[in-house]
Design a protein. Structure first.
Length: 308
């Protein structure tokens, strides 16, 4: 359906509602959004462009109240996302939505992406979207966390990792990997700063993205799965008594002479079906193929002794 032209003028009662409920509250809502995200945001909504889609719903008699409700719903959902994502989420949304503008518009995708409403990022603006036949319906769900996350993830950008991948790495890798590094260092009789764990997220993401064109669920799991590969390595090192048997410890230190333990995606495996470890140029690599990423993770270092 072609975009409807904006209304030239609204009935008096409707103009009053827009003035009282929207115009008089816009500045306060902009302040709420700006304070929430720690950056100056503006709200750019043209009620005349929204009005033609009123059908016989909420917006027909209360356009200003309807527009206000959409913005309040978006702020509420963003506040919830900030609560779980903290300062890093603020940085992400301010960067991805680089125009720092919140707007309201009709969903023009064909077929529509949303039954009632949703959101996306266009030209650096965060757009609250409504279905052309459902203006005023399910207002509060347009920017709920899963919808907002998908919108931020789909936004164009230059970063090597997607928003979802970065979010998962912060939640499932960054806060936990230090303990695994400490375990490995202790088993080897080293200090933590002498041991390097290299997740190689950029290269791994690129490999997985090229192989998973029909699904993006792996992006959510990227940080958590890579953490589990390293955790499986620490478990196996304990199992073969690296920290107790001087000969085994010496064998690891000689083979992994760089003290670097890395993860990577390879095109083919040499020794196993799903994942394996390999030592090259003094680096121990935990590796799998793109199609087997996340499968049988606990087995990744099960043949460590054989590689020594």
């Amino acid at each position: 359906m072609p975009r409807l032209p904006p209304a030239e003028k609204l009935p008096l009662a409707l103009r009053k509602n827009v003035r009282d409920e929207w115009d008089n509250n816009k500045a306060d809502l902009e302040k709420q959004l700006s304070d929430l995200l720690g950056a100056a945001w503006t709200i750019d909504i043209n009620p005349l462009a929204v009005w033609p889609y009123h059908n016989d719903g909420y917006a027909k008699q209360s356009l200003g109240s309807c527009v206000k409700a959409y913005v309040e719903g978006a702020i509420y959902q963003i506040k919830y996302a900030v609560g779980s994502g903290g300062d890093e989420f603020k940085k992400e949304i301010n960067s991805i939505c680089s125009a720092n503008v919140l707007t309201l518009d009709v969903e023009e995708a064909d077929p529509p992406r949303f039954s009632y409403g949703g959101c996306d990022v266009s030209d650096g603006k965060l757009r609250i979207l409504f279905h052309e036949k459902n203006l005023g319906s399910n207002i509060d769900s347009c920017c709920q966390e899963d919808v907002l996350t998908k919108a931020l993830n789909a936004a164009p950008g230059d970063a090597p990792l997607s928003f979802t991948a970065r979010k998962g790495i912060r939640a499932e890798y960054d806060g936990q990997i230090g303990d695994v590094r400490k375990q490995i260092a202790t088993l080897l009789g080293k200090t933590e700063d002498q041991i390097t764990l290299s997740p190689n997220f950029d290269a791994v993401f690129a490999k997985l993205a090229a192989a998973n064109t029909d699904s993006d669920g792996w992006q959510t799991n990227l940080g958590g799965f890579v953490f589990k590969y390293f955790d499986a390595l620490a478990y196996q090192m304990k199992y073969i008594k690296v920290g107790e048997d001087e000969m085994v410890q010496e064998g690891v230190l000689e083979a992994v002479s760089t003290n670097e333990y890395a993860f990577r995606i390879v095109d083919t495996l040499k020794h196993d079906s799903y994942c394996e470890c390999e030592i090259e140029d003094g680096v121990l690599y935990l590796q799998c193929t793109a199609s087997s990423f996340g499968t049988n993770i606990d087995d990744v270092a099960s043949k460590l002794m054989d590689r020594l």
